[in-house]
Design a protein around this ligand. Structure first.
Ligand code: OSB
Ligand code: MG
Length: 387
């Protein structure tokens, strides 16, 4: 009798019992190097996480870089943090949603990319268990999302112009150029002259300071959709000062760690656009909060990228279906990054620069475990009570 009553309230089929977590590192060379103001990457070390829940496997990707240059997290900090703190916080627990893991992980300060890998894997497991598309579970509404591309710093302006040409021809709806001092105004001038109408933005990854104000004001002449993260990676205040002096909308990336940062940035007019990266803000739950705060302040958001493999990419696709993702994201096709992606089908962008959202349960992309096994250079399974 009691048994029946309990199962009526919470049927066994909607519970996720977390039995084990597998961490693995994959080595995946990029098709073309990617250079930002903080450095050049030729090959990615991809950190994947699998939550094993009584026959259901949920997959997550930790988007931390090879080095602590974009943020203080890197893959060598994420691995032990997950192993020693985050995995033990959820192992052996029974949850009814991915969202419920947030409070279990909250004791650890920071390490948001590591947390996101755990939480997002649980959302993936939840979607599979409920036989629902992940995008619906997240509250998405869009059936097709708009895509942009992020083009790194190249060896020459000619090489960059070739890349812009290729991506524009592929249909991408917004081209973002990485900039830094001495790779900025002259480069933008060349691109703008050749493509006067192109939707163009640029991303400095914190390469400038407020002392560069007169220089930054010159960006206004290029009619950019936005200038992303020009100043300090942890700053909001100076961006507010800068925004007052610029016509170009500032977009914040690195500075926005959570919904409270987004609220402060909105209230101080430190930016007019926000880039949401699910890893940077610590998982889908916080990403949804950032989305909602921005929507409340009429700040459009778009989904940023971290050179993810197909697993992280498929999560970015799902997140981008939420209503306030009103600008094209850095959610580009698998083939721009990888000779062969670890999901099937690969993420493909239509000739009009969109991704069509699948109705399949889960992410809508199948994980290629055979290929993952081949690319794995390190692997460890953590079980309840054993660390
Ligand atoms: O600032 O958006 C960024 C890649 C690595 C680290 C930071 C950034 C980026 C990108 C690439 O711009 C976006 C992508 O294509 O995944
Ligand atoms: Mg950025």
């Amino acid at each position: 009798m009691i048994q029946t009553e309990i199962s009526k309230e919470s049927p066994a089929s909607t519970q996720l019992k977390i039995e084990a977590i597998t961490l693995r590192e994959l080595q995946m060379p990029l098709v073309h190097f990617f250079e930002t103001s903080f450095g050049r990457t030729y090959s990615r070390r991809i950190l994947l996480l699998t939550v094993h829940c009584e026959g259901i496997d949920g997959w997550g990707e930790c988007v931390a870089g090879e080095d602590p240059f974009y943020s203080s997290e890197w893959i060598e900090s994420a691995w032990p943090t997950i192993k020693k703190y985050l995995a033990p916080a959820v192992l052996g627990k029974t949850l009814s949603s991915g969202r419920e893991s947030v409070s279990l992980l909250a004791r650890v300060r920071g390490h948001r990319m590591a947390k996101a890998a755990v939480e997002n894997a649980l959302w993936d497991a939840e979607a599979k268990q409920k036989n629902q598309p992940l995008w619906k579970l997240l509250g998405g509404t869009r059936r097709e999302i708009e895509c942009g591309v992020s083009i790194g710093i190249q060896d020459s302006v000619e090489q960059l112009l070739d890349k812009v040409e290729t991506e524009a021809a592929a249909g991408y709806r917004r081209i973002k150029l990485k900039v830094k001092p001495a790779w900025d105004l002259q480069v933008l001038e060349r691109v703008r002259t050749r493509w006067p109408e192109m939707v163009l933005s640029c991303d400095a990854n914190s390469a400038y300071q407020l002392d560069d104000l007169e220089h930054l004001k010159k960006f206004d002449r290029f009619k950019l959709l936005m200038l992303e993260q020009p100043l300090w990676n942890d700053d909001i205040f100076e961006h507010a000062r800068l925004q007052k002096q610029l016509r170009t909308p500032i977009c914040l990336d690195e500075s926005i760690r959570h919904a409270r940062d987004a609220a402060i940035a909105a209230e101080t007019d430190a930016c007019r656009i926000i880039n949401i990266k699910v890893g940077r803000v610590g998982g889908f739950t916080e990403a949804k909060k950032v989305h909602d705060v921005c929507q409340g302040h009429n700040i459009p958001v778009w989904c940023g990228g971290m050179l993810e493999s197909g697993i992280g990419r498929s999560h970015n696709v799902a997140l981008s279906t939420l209503e306030n993702f009103r600008l094209p994201g850095d959610v580009s096709s698998s083939k721009r990054y990888w000779k062969e992606d670890i999901i099937e089908p690969e993420v493909a962008v239509t000739p009009k620069g969109t991704i069509v959202i699948s109705d399949e349960p889960g992410t809508g992309y199948r994980v290629r475990e055979d290929l993952i096994e081949k690319l794995t250079v390190r692997k460890e399974t953590i079980r309840a009570g054993k660390v």
